[in-house]
Design a protein around this ligand. Sequence first.
Ligand SMILES: Nc1ncnc2c1ncn2[C@@H]1O[C@H](COP(=O)(O)OP(=O)(O)O)[C@@H](O)[C@H]1O
Ligand SMILES: [Mg+2]
Length: 297
Amino acid sequence: MSEAVAPTGAAATAVRCDALVHVYGVVGQEVTALRGVDLEVGSGEMVALLGPSGAGKSTLLWILAGLMRPTAGLVEVYGRNLRNISAAEATDIRLREVGIVMQNPARNLLSHETAIGNVMFAQRPTRRRYRTKRTRALDLLEAVGLRSVGTRPAGRLSGGEQQRLAVAVALANGPRLLLADEPTSQLDRASADAVVDLIRAANADLGTTVVAVTHDPEVGAALGRTVTIRDGRVGGEGRGGQEYIVVGRDGSVQLRDDLLEVLPPGSLAQARRTSEGIELRPVPTDGEETPGTGSDI
Ligand SMILES: Nc1ncnc2c1ncn2[C@@H]1O[C@H](COP(=O)(O)OP(=O)(O)O)[C@@H](O)[C@H]1O
Ligand SMILES: [Mg+2]
């Protein structure tokens, strides 16, 4: 072994999900939103969560935020098991250590409070003085291009402005963990880039760990690592522009959309080992040529 010892526990790992399951609803009307999510996010890492609508991305974010308890499985944030902490502890962690941007921007804001007031209010758990809070608020609003509307009530801002304000609010305390649900969905390219720059600055300056749901490939690329969720499971990962399949605990693999065009759901395939790995071939349907020796399935 090398001399360098990896930091252990809380220091190294920001988020850990192990066989995480979440079921909504009452008996007889259950919806399984997460069906065994395994995910580890290192401290200071940035991850984009991708995946189709209904895949379970928001559910995962809500659980990581301590807003919901999972039905089963392990979820740890900076070494704390979120299933074992009280609601009061969860609230305290959220206020002090976690920045959250919910999917509906207005839900993150006090609508009657000004934009400046919203960013100042978010800093109430800190010991900063009034002037410090105000300066911080103005700096954050500047960074997302909202300085000129700082004195306007949040409720009177446009959807895109509210979204940018929500990111400023979430970063106000310099959180250890930022959880953002489609934080650029209502923004044009320039505003989206400003938001991403601000998030990356928090990551670079403070080591803020970032988990952000997004449909924007440019946001995904800017964060570096992507994790694709389909049907409540992690099916793929991307790093440095390269896409990988994640083999599930049960040996299952999820095929990307472009591969599903070759092998649509429900189709039969032949799998065989080759010298380089595994080859998957569609089994020709009736009337076409029959496949070769059938020892490989
Ligand atoms: N409060 C809820 N009650 C019942 N089902 C829900 C609730 N919220 C989400 N779901 C269902 O859980 C699944 C995952 O939803 P969600 O986490 O919102 O997915 P995503 O954010 O990837 O679009 C979907 O089938 C959705 O309909
Ligand atoms: Mg969602």
